[in-house]
Design a protein around this ligand. Structure first.
Ligand code: NAP
Length: 326
């Protein structure tokens, strides 16, 4: 038995509900691996779960994604040995911790060219972009895609990967500086959606052409605009609700806006099967190696500053990928 510091919430609410506690860490079970975590990926879902918008049984740890070094392996584990560098994004809540036992089949090896921080910055968000661009809608060269919150962690990856796939990429973000980041990530056009009239400005700048697929992670503030930006028979992918949930929908609206399709997907079922997780991760790491996806860390916070990290994310002060360093 050893001790590891980890973030725990006993109640939902503001960032201050996150406490750092010492937890006893048992030896890994037969199918488990103990990971000494060197970088923990922040994902916006961590905010929803801390706030209680996506309820968790309490008390609970937080966080879905981390990278680090294998410290010990269970008796029935093959394929991993102490010293291996590994990462995960779908192994259950509790990644905000110094060390943790994780089911071996939820781990992927970190490729040689990537640091642990880069792996923790790119795995969850990159696998999100992977299923959104390759499965929810298989983006084809010449298609137009619209990415909201395009300077964010997932947003920048969507822009660069969609561009590499040959799409024309339209983007929105919450300030001109963030629009510039979206352009640098690969967006052909970016507009500040905090300014009124952005839908019209975006479509005019694109010669009136709408998008075959709209990737909307903002929810309440953007959803109706997303329907207006989708081409006839286009797909609106509501994959996040950073501004709040979308009110109940009159499905006739989909008809009136051009016989649109709508889906509300999640990264977890797309990576639940271990073989599929490994195949998807291989596709992501290949995209990183080709330069289609940049595995970049834009900000680091020590474990003790987890509250500041959540405050920054929630106040829209972050851009790109943020990691917690245990
Ligand atoms: N369904 C899935 O499979 C899945 C998987 C991963 C992530 N997601 C979703 O994808 C989105 C991006 O995730 P991420 O981790 O990369 O986070 P992120 O994009 O880095 O951060 C969220 C961004 O949302 C924008 N936003 C718009 N309205 C907001 C509001 N009222 N409050 C806070 N932020 C607001 C902000 O960008 P601006 O300042 O530019 O507006 C903010 O930076 C999140 O909504 C997340 O839940 C979904």
């Amino acid at each position: 038995m050893s001790l590891a510091r980890r973030v725990v919430i006993h109640e939902v609410g503001d960032p201050e509900v996150m406490r750092i506690e010492d937890a006893e860490l048992a030896a890994p079970g037969a199918q488990e691996v103990r990971v000494r975590q060197t970088a923990v990926g922040f994902n916006y879902i961590d905010v929803y779960q801390r706030q209680g918008k996506y309820p968790l049984p309490l008390p609970s740890g937080l966080g879905h994604e981390a990278a680090g070094v294998v410290e010990a392996v269970g008796a029935a584990v093959s394929g991993f040995a102490p010293g291996d560098r590994v990462a995960y994004m779908n192994a259950g809540i509790g990644a905000y911790a110094e060390a943790r036992n994780v089911a071996a089949d939820k781990l992927v090896p970190v490729p040689g060219g990537l640091s642990d921080e880069q792996a923790a910055a790119v795995l969850f968000k990159g696998l999100t972009a992977q299923y959104l661009l390759r499965r929810t809608h298989r983006v084809q060269p010449g298609q137009t895609v619209l990415v909201h919150a395009a300077a964010g962690g997932v947003g920048q990856i969507l822009c660069s990967w969609a561009k590499a796939l040959g799409a024309r990429v339209l983007a929105t973000a919450g300030s001109e500086a963030k629009c510039e980041l979206a352009r640098r990530a690969g967006a052909d056009l970016a507009v500040d959606y905090s300014q009124p009239g952005w839908t019209q400005r975006l479509l005019e700048a694109n010669g009136g052409r709408k998008a075959e697929v709209v990737y909307d992670s903002v929810g309440r503030d953007t959803f109706e605009h997303s329907l207006d930006c989708a081409a006839p028979f286009g797909l609106v992918v509501l994959y996040g609700v950073a501004s709040g949930p979308v009110p109940p929908l009159d499905t006739e609206l989909l008809n009136r806006k051009g016989c649109l399709y709508l889906t509300r997907p999640s990264v977890f079922p797309h990576n639940a099967d271990p073989a599929t997780l490994r195949a998807n991760a291989a596709e992501l790491f290949d995209a990183v190696a080709r330069g289609w996806v940049r595995a970049e860390v834009s900000a680091r916070f020590p474990l003790d500053e987890v509250v500041a990290m959540h405050r920054a994310a929630q106040s829209r002060a972050t851009q790109g990928a943020v990691v917690l360093v245990p």
